[in-house]
Design a protein around this ligand. Structure first.
Ligand code: KG4
Ligand code: ZN
Length: 357
């Protein structure tokens, strides 16, 4: 029997230091042998957001033992690792550099190939760790920094169908939480508070709802929340605002996803209609519920990563590494950290003032 590939993945693009070993079973399905994530939430909480210098320092302090733990947890022999895959972007350069340099040095010391991974591609492929998934598929990537609909045509072959023209959806959740006095990162807390609130209490705006194809916008929603948050006094009003915000986001995603479906079908004429939702916000159960129902109606198969693999982790980085390893797509050791690295390099940059849709 041929030896199955063993890939070490390393992630340090933002505020999670992570390492993972993955392999494959006889059917060619990936197996997560270890997945270690160390979050820096407690370090950044008091600043209300990620402080790059503190994040980088913490990555430096932890990276050795996180990688060691991933190797120990997997029970493998270090010499059997076939390739090392590190996140090279997008993200904070000071943070990326830690995992990238460590991964390159590790690969060189083992005399094994090094693979530079796009963090967003990690999210895009994360459901492959628990579901059979062939190309092409439609992806909704919803995280703290990105909100995009993409046609995933093949490995490293993406066509952007729509994106946010201002805030990312996770950012909107976090900013709303901050206005309600919830500690960073407040996104998951909004989901909890919303359960106790009336989603119809506040009528909030839905920017570019009726134009701009499946592009998204959340900045106007945040401004409306800012105004209302100044006038609320009771806990019940807080719950109602959280619920109204979440409902509005769900209505926006419902409409925009339908548009993305039509665009995906027009461009790809796919044999199978598959819809993948990935990124931190894909952990939100109400958003999941709505998208699953929409998929049933529109005859799409809905595919989500398991909840623990929605937020940043290294198993998804190793997953991209595994696919690239099988295609012998390796990188040189001078591969740079890339603060900006869109999945669709040909898509125009839409963020900023004065965008006309
Ligand atoms: O993918 P991720 O871990 O990091 C980035 O690459 O950005 O996503 C983090 C984002 C944060 O904005 C966080 O508040 C949001 O995902 N998030 C949620 C939930 N869990 C995480 N937003 C809404 N509901 C949740 N349950
Ligand atoms: Zn991420």
């Amino acid at each position: 029997m041929n030896k199955k590939p063993l890939i070490l993945g390393i992630e340090s693009s933002c505020d999670e230091t992570a390492a993972s070993i993955i392999s494959e079973n006889d059917q060619g399905n990936p197996i997560v042998m270890s997945n270690v994530v160390s979050s820096q939430v407690d370090i950044h909480k008091k600043f209300g957001g990620v402080v790059p210098e503190l994040a980088a320092r913490s990555h430096v302090e932890k990276i050795d033992w996180i990688v060691q733990k991933a190797i120990d947890d997997s029970g493998i022999n270090i010499k059997d690792i076939d390739a090392v895959a590190s996140t090279a972007g997008p993200g904070l350069v000071v943070c990326l550099s830690v995992g990238l340099s460590f991964g390159k040095a590790f690969a060189a010391s083992l005399n094994k190939p090094f693979i530079a991974v796009n963090h967003l591609e990690g999210h895009a492929l994360s459901p492959k760790l628990n579901s059979k998934l062939n190309y092409p598929y439609l992806l909704l990537l919803i995280s703290g920094g990105h909100s995009q609909y993409l046609s995933v045509k093949n490995l490293s072959n993406y066509k952007r169908l729509g994106t946010t023209i201002d805030d990312a959806i996770g950012e909107a959740f976090d900013k709303t939480a901050k206005l309600l006095g919830i500690e960073f990162p407040g996104g998951p807390q909004i989901e909890i508070l919303a359960k106790k609130g009336d989603p119809n209490k506040y009528n909030l705006p839905k920017p570019i709802f009726n134009k701009g194809g499946c592009n998204l916008s959340f900045a106007g929603l945040k401004t409306a929340i800012l105004k209302i948050s100044k006038e609320i006094n009771t806990d019940q009003e807080k719950f109602d605002l959280a619920a109204s915000f979440q409902k509005t986001v769900i209505e926006i995603l419902y409409k925009k996803t339908k548009i993305a479906f039509a665009e995906f079908e027009k461009q790809n004429n796919p044999k199978e209609k598959k819809f993948v939702v990935a990124g931190g916000v894909a952990a939100n159960k109400e958003i999941r519920k709505m998208l699953i129902n929409l998929c049933k109606k529109e005859k799409y198969e809905s595919i989500f990563p398991i909840i623990e693999l929605c937020s940043d982790n290294a198993a998804m980085i190793a997953m991209v590494g595994l696919e690239k390893f099988k295609l012998k797509q390796f990188n040189n050791l001078d591969y740079p950290a890339k603060p900006r690295w869109p999945l669709d390099e040909n898509a125009i940059f839409l963020k900023g003032a004065g965008i006309k849709l």
